[in-house]
Write a protein that binds this ligand. Structure first.
Ligand code: FEO
Length: 400
């Protein structure tokens, strides 16, 4: 059965939701699923904006044919060539043999790599600022390199003031009928997934996102149509402000997140004792995570949210506990910066984890690591209370 919705009188959503995929990009758990958004503009010319993942092809074509109601698309605008959006490109050409494909030079290089042909006979190559007149609508193409691949671009419909924003402003989570952000409790139900999507998928490319935000600020935007998750037609400043914070690596909240790696519970005990001491000093909403029971993508999302982190880990094979080493590698890969990170280490005979974590954090930009740290030798002894309280005091001082 078709499942489409009007975004404006001329633009319809023809995407699909996927609640069966376990791992997005075969890495990221998506317990709430994901949507692949595609849109159609019905004007004198008919324009299809991007396609969907191969998992959603059947639903997509049912939706497309319903909205087309016997018409055929004149153009397929390819804003992003990652296969979760372009997988149906070949089938679109087979079904609509007269369709022209609109992309930039890098788009067509990738089309050739993925499909074995660059469809040169039907290629319309655009560059920054080029426009396409579809009758009553004018589409303007704006390059958005590295948001999140080099070929990424966004398309602005000058008539309806709609920005087709590619991966930007997207989020994990399947859509449940309410395709608009103003129809859901975004802050309650979607923000965590939006941040997790941003931090893990686009987080590395903050300066590129900043460049796109600058271009977006020159446009009069009434509606944002991303490739994943809800469409924004109200309170657009909310998501622009979040992107402003995330892309400049500013903490979204003044908050403490404690992440511990613990083999036998002793490092966990020290982390919990610190959390209690912080609570006694008036710090609210402390979040504590066991690194072995929380996917690294969620930890990264929390790191993008909070101003203060505590990392607690044992030495392992003379190195770092592997999951903590992996988290620190991910923090570096995703360019995490502008955080205070306090350390707790544990080592029965070679407590070097704090030194190792300190070295790895030194490879990140603008990270403050307090000199005060806690060293646990096997288990935190009663005599170490002062050490723990000193660390709590150091962190709490930033909150006063
Ligand atoms: Fe949703 Fe970069 O693809």
């Amino acid at each position: 059965m078709y499942n489409t919705q009007k975004v404006t009188s001329d633009i319809s959503w023809v995407g699909a939701s996927d609640r069966t995929l376990e791992l997005f990009e075969n890495i990221f758990p998506i317990p709430r699923g994901v949507s692949y958004n595609s849109y159609i503009l019905l004007d004198k010319k008919v324009v299809l904006f991007d396609t969907v993942d191969s998992h959603a092809g059947g639903q997509f074509f049912e939706n497309v044919e319903h909205v087309l109601a016997g018409r055929v698309p004149d153009y397929l605008v390819v804003n992003h060539m990652e296969p979760d959006h372009c997988a149906m490109l070949g089938e679109v050409v087979r079904r609509y043999p007269d369709i022209q494909i609109v992309g930039n030079a890098k788009t067509f290089t990738m089309i050739k790599q993925f499909f074995g042909t660059d469809f040169s006979e039907r290629a319309v190559t655009v560059k920054e600022g080029d426009t396409l007149d579809t009758g009553t609508h004018t589409l303007r193409f704006v390059m958005a390199p590295m948001v999140h691949w080099p070929e990424a671009m966004v398309t602005y419909d000058e008539t309806d003031k709609v920005l087709f924003s590619a991966d930007a402003f997207g989020t994990f989570g399947a859509l449940g009928g309410n395709i608009f952000a103003d129809q859901v409790s975004f802050d309650r139900d979607w923000l965590d997934d939006a941040r997790r999507y941003y931090a893990n998928i686009v987080g590395k490319y903050g300066p590129s996102v900043q460049a796109l935000l600058k271009k977006a600020a020159t446009l009069d935007i009434a509606v944002i149509c991303p490739l994943h998750g809800p469409v924004w037609r109200q309170n657009i400043d909310y998501i622009l402000e979040k992107y402003g914070k995330w892309s400049t690596y500013e903490p979204e909240e003044k908050a403490v997140v404690i992440i511990y790696a613990s083999m036998y519970g002793n490092t966990a005990s020290a982390a919990d004792a610190l959390a209690g001491a912080l609570a006694e000093r008036g710090i609210p909403d402390i979040a504590v995570y066991d690194i072995s029971h929380t996917h690294v993508s969620e930890l990264i999302s929390e790191i993008f949210r909070a101003s203060h982190l505590v990392l607690a880990a044992p030495t392992y094979n003379a190195g770092l506990y592997p999951l903590m080493e992996n988290l620190l590698a991910d923090m570096k890969a995703l360019a995490v910066q502008k955080r205070t990170v306090a350390l707790i280490e544990n080592g029965t005979w070679a407590a070097t984890a704090a030194k190792q974590m300190r070295e790895k954090l030194g490879e990140l930009k603008s990270i403050t690591v307090p000199d005060v740290q806690v060293t646990v030798k096997s288990a935190l002894g009663a005599g170490q209370e002062a050490e723990l309280m000193a660390l709590a005091e150091t962190l709490a001082a930033d909150f006063r």
